[in-house]
Design a protein around this ligand. Structure first.
Ligand code: GLU
Length: 439
């Protein structure tokens, strides 16, 4: 089923039409609060605002899926293309049991502003399948992925919409999508998806890119405050691609990683955690859940982890981790959002009141999509760059746009989040106005 924007948009000011389960906060609705704040500061034209608060296209598919034992199940998949104003839609694919249309729409909405805040020639999109990838065998994951890719084949492509990894997906899943699309197209199509393994058109530096971007903006923010990274105590929530690499790179630059966690719980060691050893621990093939359990350090819950004494907190797991309930107990003075949407608007207001600096998700974790852009460009050229070139260009993009956001925040006396949205919205509106509105 395909719907051209109806059914999802907050046309009457809320996004509740997108909610799947009763009594649950709409992620898209909450995300809209940030947009509204920035739109008010920009005195955005209400006609333009109406366009920007609706997803361009939402695709919902039922995916027939055969288990290894022969049983057939039907899973639900989504692809939301929020905006095409600045170029093809761009954004990851999430495999997680909690995936809903509402969540995917919020994630596609954030991708729109994320791509614009780092000035990439992309719109915003996101996909998802409601499933638990940890409970699927490798061949089940491959079948599910190929059928999902085949079902969205008309709407994706290098000039239409370019997926990438997100929570629960990885370079191998991207390789299967690339292969499925290439087979159906009867043409090698590496630029249909980014975050691929290197041997099928991936970019050097893509796996580390999101964590590297987090490290770059943390260093840049500290520099603005006249502080150095060396010796700062850092807590990182989430030990997937983003959390583990952020922790590793920050430690290499002299920070002390005092807390880390995954979905099963956290670890605290005030003397500093050996992040490389922790990564080796979760990657050990005998560690079937790939969890931090059994690694050295004091065990604690994720909720306790967030409240640990530290200078810098990096939520790099999922949405809604910093809320009204725990915001006043957070000790960090600097928060860099490695995850998408980890802070609720209520908590964000409390941080700003308390003088806690928050580097917002759309800027802090934009390193991943920036190197996705480099990958897409390399795939289209058929010419692949060396890793130092990728990293140098990433650093330049992150620093330039961090500075632009920082300056706008100072000038307008708003938070970094509001400034990031203002810059992003301005860029999207400029492209929209130059193209003209085909209404
Ligand atoms: N899923 C990542 C994000 O949320 C990467 C998206 C991409 O590279 O397209 O930014």
């Amino acid at each position: 089923m395909m719907s051209g924007g109806q059914g999802g948009g907050p046309s009457s000011g809320t996004a509740s039409a997108n909610m799947h389960r009763a009594n649950e906060i709409s992620v898209f609705g909450e995300a809209m609060d940030y947009f509204n704040e920035a739109a008010a500061n920009l005195a955005l034209d209400p006609n333009i605002k109406r366009i920007l608060t609706h997803p361009s296209r939402q695709v919902i598919i039922s995916i027939p899926f055969q288990r290894d034992n022969g049983e057939l199940e039907v899973y639900t998949g989504y692809r939301v293309q929020y905006s095409f104003a600045r170029g093809p839609a761009k954004g990851g694919i999430r495999y997680h049991p909690d995936v809903t249309l509402d969540e995917v729409t919020a994630l596609a909405f954030w991708m729109t502003w994320k791509c614009a805040v780092v000035d990439l020639p992309f719109g915003g999109g996101k996909g998802g399948v409601t499933c638990d990838p940890a409970k699927l065998s490798r061949s089940e994951l491959e079948r599910l992925t190929r059928r999902y890719a085949a079902d969205i084949i008309e709407v994706i492509g290098p000039d239409k919409d370019v997926p990438a990894p997100d929570v629960g997906t990885n370079p191998q899943v991207m390789a299967w999508i690339m292969d499925t699309v290439s087979m159906h197209n009867r043409a090698h199509t590496p630029g249909v998806v980014t975050g691929k393994p290197l041997n099928v058109g991936g970019s050097r530096g893509r796996v580390e890119a999101t964590g590297r971007g987090v490290m770059i903006v943390v260093e840049a923010a500290l520099a603005k405050m006249g502080k150095a990274l060396a010796g700062r105590r850092v807590v990182v929530q989430g030990f997937g691609n983003v959390g583990s690499i952020s922790a590793k790179l920050l430690r290499e630059r002299g920070a002390v990683i005092v807390g880390i966690s995954d979905q099963y719980g956290g670890l605290y060691d005030p003397r500093g955690i050996d992040v490389d050893a922790a990564i080796a621990h979760v990657n050990n093939p005998r560690n079937v859940r790939h969890s931090l359990e059994g690694f050295a350090g004091e065990r604690l819950t994720n909720a306790e982890l967030l409240e640990l004494p530290c200078d810098i907190l990096i939520p790099a797991a999922i949405e809604n981790q910093l809320t009204e309930a725990n915001a006043s107990k957070i000790k960090a003075h600097l928060i860099a959002e490695g995850a998408n949407g980890p802070t609720t608007p209520a908590a964000d207001g409390m941080f700003s009141q308390a003088g806690v600096t928050v580097i917002p998700d759309i800027l802090a974790n934009a390193g991943g999509v920036t190197v996705s852009y480099f990958e897409w460009a390399q795939d289209r050229m058929g010419y692949y760059w060396r890793e130092p070139e990728v990293n140098a260009r990433l650093e330049q993009v992150m620093r330039e746009n961090f500075d632009a956001v920082w300056e706008l925040a100072q000038e307008r006396k708003v938070t970094l989040r509001t400034a990031a949205y203002m810059l992003a919205i301005r860029r999207v509106v400029d492209s929209l106005m130059t193209r003209g509105i085909y209404a």
